[in-house]
Design a protein around this ligand. Structure first.
Ligand SMILES: [Zn+2]
Length: 68
């Protein structure tokens, strides 16, 4: 599913913030001051989900073992 910025309508790879359920891109969020607003609790502006991308390379060992 392709998201579009709620403020400018451009297609988004990932949303910087959400106004309710509407995604906003990083440039628009910065210009509109939504990044600071998203850090406050209890508002309609939520921070976008950051997807941690860790590429698992089997030839590399972990520096520290993680006990699950
Ligand atoms: Zn935008």
């Amino acid at each position: 599913m392709k998201h579009h910025c709620a403020l400018c309508g451009r297609p988004l790879a990932s949303a910087a913030v959400f106004i309710a359920q509407y995604p906003v891109g990083p440039s628009c969020a910065r210009r509109a001051g939504l990044l600071e607003l998203s850090k406050r609790a209890g508002g309609l502006v939520h921070p976008g989900r950051r997807v941690a991308t860790r590429q698992v390379k089997p030839q590399n060992l972990d520096l520290f073992e993680v006990d699950a």
